[in-house]
Design a protein around this ligand. Structure first.
Ligand code: NDP
Length: 332
């Protein structure tokens, strides 16, 4: 029996379980020369998938209705007619939300569970670790002694950004959605300060108090009013790294907010969005640095692991209410 999850309906606002359809088929998968049979082990759920569920133009094509959703997956090779992969290998790649599937090997990378737990290749040693490293280094251009503010700080990308900031000698302030997450930022990830945006009335004042010398780098995972509040505290030549805007991904109307231009002009500040794949040429450097810091115990990570194929849509939906600490992953 092979199970799959397809997009049944494009979500309106917050995604709901009935936007997805569960299917099962009794199929014997026959391999042709060059193909391999994969059994899914871990599935990554990510906020950016929400964008692909809409049919608006973006940097990546939308998912088609009634077709399986795709995301980062770790899978075990259970049969192979491809010389590059053998039975028992584990691979990572952009694959369908299916329990088993056939691939021609294109775009698959072998991963080694003896070097790091398999799920880490979807997080710290995968897309979210790369996003943290590339965005911070390439746009943030951190310098020791500067102040870095990170929103979505207890999530997969944010928790890595803050730790890299600490490794490089910055003062790091994280913004997250619960007291428990704020505590985690300080106790586990070494942030200097944390702010709970859900209980703080005046965010601009709270950021000012946590960053008395002002903000040199803002790594933005969330957008919206949290990011507006940071603008009141940026320094001259600040760098605003626009990684994501989860607070508006479910909006059905274009959000209105502060006009950013006067803040940028007054401070000669740079605001730049990016997509991690822009920096593919530095991925080897990024993976080597992240692995080194992990080995040296300078870097750590959290995962929220949800169990069971049928829970993939629930895990995805839970990202938008902050149920995860660190990387949200589904174990099959
Ligand atoms: P996270 O692990 O950070 O999970 C999402 C988190 O967002 C939740 O845990 C929640 O934490 C927070 N959140 C949800 N809704 C809101 C809201 N309305 N306001 C503020 N915070 C909210 O996800 P990732 O680390 O995978 O991704 C973080 C961001 O980076 C996303 O915006 C994503 O789209 C973006 N991204 C961009 C990439 C790129 O190439 N540019 C690549 C990968 C990710 P809390 O409890 O604190 O609210």
């Amino acid at each position: 029996m092979i199970k799959s999850i397809v997009l049944k309906k494009r979500p309106e606002g917050q995604p709901i379980v009935s936007d997805f359809e569960f299917k099962s088929e009794d199929l014997e998968l026959e391999l042709k020369e060059g193909e391999l049979l994969l059994e899914t082990s871990y599935v990554s759920v990510d906020p950016y998938l929400r964008g692909r569920m809409s049919d608006a133009k973006s940097y990546i094509p939308p998912f088609e209705l009634n077709q399986p959703i795709q995301s980062g997956v770790i899978a075990k090779v259970i049969d192979s007619k491809n010389d590059d992969f053998k039975e028992g290998d584990y691979v990572s790649g952009m694959l369908d939300w299916k329990t088993k599937q056939v691939s021609n090997g294109e775009g698959l990378l072998k991963v080694d569970g003896n070097i790091a737990p398999l799920s880490a290749y979807l997080g710290i040693l995968g897309m979210t670790g790369l996003t943290a490293y590339c965005g911070l280094m390439q746009i943030g251009k951190p310098k020791s002694g500067e102040t870095l503010v990170v929103s979505g700080a207890a999530g997969a990308v944010g928790s890595v950004v803050g730790q890299i900031g600490k490794i490089l000698g910055l003062r790091v302030i994280g913004i997250a959605g619960s007291d428990e997450k704020v505590e985690l930022l300080k106790s586990k990830f070494g942030f200097d300060e944390g702010i709970n945006y859900k209980t703080t009335k005046n965010m601009a004042a709270a950021i000012k108090e946590a960053a008395p010398k002002g903000v040199d780098i803002y790594f933005d995972n969330v957008g919206g009013p949290i990011s507006d509040a940071v603008l009141f505290n940026i320094n001259r030549f600040a760098r605003l790294v626009i990684c994501g805007a989860i607070s508006v991904y479910n909006n059905t109307e274009l959000p209105t907010g502060l006009s950013v231009q006067p803040f940028l002009v007054k401070n000669s500040a740079l605001m730049q969005g990016f997509i991690v794949s822009n920096y593919a040429e530095i991925f080897p450097e990024a993976i080597s640095e992240l692995s080194k810091w992990l080995k040296e115990d300078k870097l750590t990570y959290s995962e929220t692991i949800v169990e069971g194929f049928d829970n993939i849509p629930y895990a995805f939906i839970d990202l938008f209410v902050g149920k995860n600490k660190g990387k949200m992953v589904v174990k099959i």
